[in-house]
Design a protein around this ligand. Structure first.
Ligand code: RIB
Ligand code: CA
Length: 346
């Protein structure tokens, strides 16, 4: 069965891989893309989303521009992690495709209202535009079939501050509104569909390596020497497949960043896991709990807290991912994206 899917992204390297996974999945029809400021400024996110569609030979998928900045704080970006244009060393093709005339919050509401009860959504950047959409349409949670959020770190260290994960840290107010809005939308009745929330505690189990990237190239019908930390930094892919070449150039920057951080020559695929889970929640083990976000802590602002012992006595508002088998995920990712890349390159 093909499901309508809406993706809110701050494209970025792993966002691009998440979008590619959705494009590659027969059980997904991407009906809209919301561009959110985060890894890079929102106009660059828009360019990356439009350029990726052009590269993949896709048209007719509406891309909307989101807010320039978080709800109440200046924008911070992460070019050190994702590269000056957000796609590592990769360069995407120019495109004639244009943005929609409405903003990302409107795009959320329009997509949900066009597919009531059926829309599957992922939010894998700061939650700014999802929060703005909730303000426009407080019943949004009741219109979605499923929501998967990549964000937070549960009983686990942060990647932006010692306790905060990037997507939440960029716009903690938006995240608090989203987690608060989910309970409110159901008027005290147990929500039929709690958002699945994948934090770093889970997504950092999904580590792309040069060997796995090589498996992807092979699945796409092209061969390449596995990348190595000993390669010249910034060396460009020589792949004959245009999509594999872009993913390799994007990944090399991401590998170098993780290596420089002391995490190894690898790259955590946070957002692709969210995309895969959106289409198949059985890929992860989740626990229902109440999640909230620290907004005023001097040292802890942006921290996500899961009330596992129900100390707060509040309704559950999230299914927090606590277990995943990386091998199952990578087999599926490589099968789908490899076959799709072969199609793009044919
Ligand atoms: O912390 C990881 C998240 O922040 C991912 O979504 C990555 O793309 C960045 O947005
Ligand atoms: Ca992201």
């Amino acid at each position: 069965m093909t499901h309508p899917v809406f993706a809110d992204v701050d494209t970025g390297v792993d966002d691009a891989m998440a979008l590619t996974y959705l494009f590659a999945s027969d059980d997904a029809e991407v009906v809209g893309i919301a561009s959110t400021a985060g890894n890079v400024p929102v106009h660059q996110v828009c360019r990356n989303n439009l350029g990726l569609l052009q590269l993949c030979g896709l048209s007719g998928i509406p891309v909307s521009q989101g807010a320039e900045a978080p709800l109440s704080t200046p924008l911070r970006t992460a070019e050190d992690t994702h590269g000056p244009q957000g796609m590592g060393y990769a360069r995407l093709p120019a495109t004639e495709q244009r943005l929609t005339g409405h903003d990302a919050a409107d795009a959320w509401v329009r997509a949900a209202q066009s597919h009531p009860g059926e829309l599957i959504a992922i939010a894998v950047g700061p939650l700014t535009n999802l929060a703005l959409a909730l303000r426009k349409e407080p019943a949004l949670p009741t219109l979605l079939r499923r929501l998967v959020i990549m964000g937070g770190a549960f009983d686990y260290r942060g990647n932006t501050t010692p306790v905060a994960e990037w997507n939440i840290s960029v716009d903690p107010e938006a995240a608090a509104e989203v987690f608060g809005g989910w309970t409110a939308a159901w008027g005290g009745r147990p929500p039929a569909h709690l958002p699945i929330v994948l934090g770093l505690n889970l997504t950092e189990n999904i580590a792309m390596t040069p060997a796995l990237l090589n498996r992807l190239a092979t699945a796409a019908g092209v061969t390449a020497d596995p990348m190595s930390v000993h390669d010249e930094r910034g060396a460009r892919s020589a792949s004959a497949n245009p999509l594999i070449a872009v993913l390799e150039d994007a990944m090399r920057f991401y590998f170098e960043f993780h290596h420089d951080q002391g995490e190894g020559y690898l790259a955590h695929l946070h957002d692709p896991l969210a995309a895969a889970v959106a289409l198949d929640p059985s890929l992860v083990e989740c626990r229902a709990t109440t999640v909230d976000v620290e907004l005023t802590g001097t040292l802890t602002r942006g921290m996500t807290i899961a009330d596992w012992s129900n100390r707060w006595g509040r309704e559950h508002n999230a299914l927090v991912g606590v277990g995943v088998d990386p091998g199952v995920f990578f087999d599926r990712f490589i099968d789908r994206v490899g076959a799709f890349a072969r199609q793009v390159g044919s």
